[in-house]
Write a protein of this length. Structure first.
Length: 182
């Protein structure tokens, strides 16, 4: 009941979470919240588990594309869908990571899981990995959507165009084998 309240609060954009807010949303006393979650780290773990499960569902789908570049660009589409759906949860996790060593560790693991499909597709040590990783991250998506005010289709198109230019040996890269300088 408290975890559903937490998810509900985040889902409507409440980022400044507290046990009091969760108790109010769940219509239970504060003690009930702490009986289920001994501290806020427990609430954050619940939030992160929810987020990771939703992202895993999208990540486990097989690629439709058959080329490396097609698969990388398909990752843009997948991330766009996931980031749109999960933006409130990702923002809440960003906001609270500094308060919780456990949440920070889970975030690092989460980022590794997001990075792995890209690393599997590119040559390890490729100078484009860092650039593509940055562009496939939530921060880039959030910047385009929130700071620049782009709609999801426009943000996706911007990322696809930039990533196509960064991919080593791709037509938009400026020549086969040239270094991106990342």
């Amino acid at each position: 009941m408290a975890s559903a309240a937490l998810v509900g609060l985040i889902g409507v954009g409440t980022l400044a979470l507290s046990a009091e807010l969760v108790a109010e949303r769940a219509s239970v006393g504060l003690r009930s919240v702490f009986r289920h979650f001994s501290d806020m780290d427990s609430l954050y773990r619940e939030m992160h588990a929810n987020l990771a499960a939703k992202m895993a569902t999208l990540a486990q789908q097989p690629f439709r594309a058959t080329t490396r570049d097609g698969k990388i660009l398909e990752l843009v589409d997948r991330r766009a869908v996931a980031f749109e759906r999960l933006a409130p949860f990702l923002r809440a996790a960003q906001l609270h990571r500094h308060q919780s060593a456990d949440l920070q560790a889970r975030h690092c693991h989460f980022i590794q899981r997001l990075r792995q499909p890209m690393i599997d597709l590119l040559v390890v040590g490729s100078d484009g990995i860092a650039a593509i990783d940055l562009l496939l991250g939530f921060e880039a998506w959030q910047h385009l959507r929130t700071d620049q005010g782009l709609d999801p289709a426009a943000a996706r198109q911007v990322l696809q165009r930039i990533i196509a230019a960064v991919l080593p040996n791709s037509p938009g890269h400026g020549g086969a084998g040239q270094s991106v300088g990342v």
